[in-house]
Write a protein that binds this ligand. Sequence first.
Ligand SMILES: *[C@@H]1O[C@H](CO)[C@@H](O)[C@H](O)[C@H]1NC(C)=O
Ligand SMILES: *[C@@H]1O[C@H](CO)[C@@H](O)[C@H](O)[C@H]1NC(C)=O
Ligand SMILES: *[C@@H]1O[C@H](CO)[C@@H](O)[C@H](O)[C@H]1NC(C)=O
Length: 227
Amino acid sequence: MARLVLLLWYLGTLAAFRQASAVEYTALNNASSTAGGARFDGEIGTEYTKKVMNSSTVCIWQIFQELTSEDRRDVQAVSVFIESMEGVAYALIDTNEIHVSSEYIGNYSGDVKNEITGVLYHEMTHIWQWFANQEAPTGLTEGIADFVRLKAGYAPSHWVKPGQGNRWDQGYDVTAHFLDYCDGLLSGFVADMNKKMKTGYSPQYFVELLGKTVDQLWSDYKAKYGN
Ligand SMILES: *[C@@H]1O[C@H](CO)[C@@H](O)[C@H](O)[C@H]1NC(C)=O
Ligand SMILES: *[C@@H]1O[C@H](CO)[C@@H](O)[C@H](O)[C@H]1NC(C)=O
Ligand SMILES: *[C@@H]1O[C@H](CO)[C@@H](O)[C@H](O)[C@H]1NC(C)=O
């Protein structure tokens, strides 16, 4: 039985890899002449970036349990642009573009390759996740993107610790740790939540999946960590 489950898992993984190669990945450094752009070329590079776009895609499909193309957003190609801009990075889901700041790369102190890998996992999640026809709280969609980054092992040291934060929908690391708690109560919770968000959003989804309101879950979560 265990062997059969493993075999099915393996076949599922193979199928995911095969389909991942059908997506076209491009990466372009439009800031090569800047200090941050040069650091990108020296320490990260477009070839590595395309590899991460691929591996993150496979990882996201696994976490979302979207192993067939019918389950997923119809995305044929994703592009990453390194360019001089403010902020860190953003994704445009109408054109499936990710823009990453060369200035952020230039100023980053520490392992910039690891940091940008984590940023790419976050932005690639935006490419694949459902936005509930724009009804989803931004804190939830940003939290799901950081949940994927956390699960992939790219949570940076500057993140808050589990149990920290003021609101469940604060977004990013705060919501990612909360979603990880929810996923611990029901394995596949984030996958189920994302599936529900294909068509819309309701706070009732938490009750349907976990039997408690999101406010009750948040206070249970805070109590668990003594906060
Ligand atoms: C994506 O990764 C898989 C598994 O490592 C590989 O077989 C495939 O060629 C890759 N596709 C692209 C476009 O990089
Ligand atoms: C990046 O550079 C290419 C080639 O010079 C250009 O076509 C494209 O519009 C630029 N993209 C961005 C986002 O700046
Ligand atoms: C650091 O950030 C500032 C402000 O965005 C920018 O002007 C500067 O070029 C950046 N430094 C590097 C090395 O990229």
